[in-house]
Design a protein around this ligand. Structure first.
Ligand code: ADP
Length: 363
């Protein structure tokens, strides 16, 4: 059978474990040997007991857990040729020529570079006597399939990334919890949520919690927003509403490119309206806790599809990512999605919001 290596890389997100489990189980079902590569690319470079054979039993009882049980790390060495040579050597000694990478756009880019270089890497390893002729022949091609784990839903080419839905649940639960106390004391609450380039969590979180106002990076409010915001909050209090909730995405800015922060909004409300106003920065709470049903099933479906895609891969087909399109797990070209995602980030940096939103939509 073929050998598959599965690893998680970059930021962790809920649902990654479910994806890993599905890779192990679909691999096993198809007669493949599957390895966990612990701590992402760092484990691939370090080898040793960082690369261990997965079993049906060891992939049991993990889909309920948040984060990633096989670990994730950033790895400087993998950005260098020597690091990638070492990684290739470690894989070849175990005959691993199929990789499933679960991570963000950086991790997927690294995987694609690795695949493009593979022929040259294995030639160098052979020339340096680090692998045998037999190993060389067995490992001529490297197949790669990606899945996107990210709570921000900031990747082009998929409707949802693994972890987004759970992060939304954490935001919703936090607002619900805060609302009970805020209402008792007639307070205003300003919540900062993640999203430096992408306002998805703030926007959808606001819709799901009946927030009074939301700031997102893609839509800087018009000048004079301070007056409009205060008038709105006041009007709501006058109709008997006892609390106010305002969501601020991390990367929010005004029309002049100046950041809009939660504490700035707090100061505005306290000074103008004299409401008791509190700030909550959700931070890592959004990455925490157990994955939602949606993320467990999403990870499971994508993981299974990833293994099927590896089995279908040929030396000529470009690497793909498994994405959610409507309600289907489908294969889309990896580099096209990565490039479009990077273009969106560039457009956001240049404050070209219309272009960013256009690029993010389906092509
Ligand atoms: P994310 O995958 O969440 O975007 P990073 O951008 O930090 O996170 O990438 C995670 C890891 O992927 C890096 O630490 C590095 O090991 C590897 N990586 C990222 N970009 C490249 C690249 N251009 N070449 C080689 N490896 C890369």
């Amino acid at each position: 059978g073929r050998c598959i290596g599965v690893f998680t890389s970059g930021g962790d997100s809920q649902g990654m474990n479910s994806a890993v489990r599905a890779v192990v189980r679909m691999g096993s079902y198809l007669g493949c040997k599957t390895y966990y590569i612990r701590e992402g690319y760092q484990g691939m470079v370090d080898g040793g007991d960082h690369i261990v054979e997965a079993t049906w039993a060891s992939s049991s009882g993990i889909m309920q857990l948040g984060g990633t049980v096989i670990g994730s790390a950033r790895c400087k060495e993998f950005r260098t040729l020597e690091g990638r040579l070492q990684a290739a050597e470690n894989l070849i000694h175990r005959r691993i020529t199929n990789l499933v990478v679960i991570g963000g756009d950086g991790s997927l880019t690294g995987a694609n570079i690795f695949r493009q270089e593979w022929a040259s890497l294995i030639q160098q390893l052979l020339d340096q006597g680090r692998i045998s002729k037999e190993e060389f022949k067995d490992c001529e091609y490297l197949n790669i399939v990606g899945m996107v784990g990210s709570i921000d839903n900031d990747f082009c080419g998929t409707d949802m990334t693994i972890g987004t839905d759970t992060a939304l649940h954490r935001i919703m639960e936090s607002v619900d919890t805060i609302s009970t106390t805020a209402s008792s004391h007639q307070r205003a609450f300003v919540l900062e949520v993640m999203g430096r380039h992408c306002g998805y969590l703030a926007l959808v979180g606001a819709l799901a919690t009946e927030a009074d106002w939301v700031f997102i990076p893609e839509w800087p409010p018009e000048d004079g927003w301070e007056d409009t915001l205060c008038k709105k909050l006041q009007a709501e209090r006058e109709t008997g509403q006892r609390l106010n909730v305002i969501l601020v995405a991390e990367g929010s800015i005004d029309r002049h490119g100046q950041p809009i922060t939660a504490s700035q909004v707090q100061n505005l409300i306290t000074s103008r309206l004299k409401y008791d106003t509190r700030v909550t920065v959700l931070g890592h709470v959004q990455r925490g806790g157990s994955p939602s049903a949606f993320d467990r099933i999403l990870g499971a479906r994508m993981g299974a599809e990833a293994v099927l895609a590896l089995m279908d891969a040929t030396p000529d087909t470009p690497a793909c990512v498994i994405s959610l399109d409507g309600n289907q797990a489908v294969r889309v070209p990896l580099m096209e999605c990565v490039e479009r995602t990077q273009q969106v980030q560039k457009a956001m940096d240049q404050k070209n919001f219309e272009e960013a939103v256009r690029l993010r939509g389906k092509s």
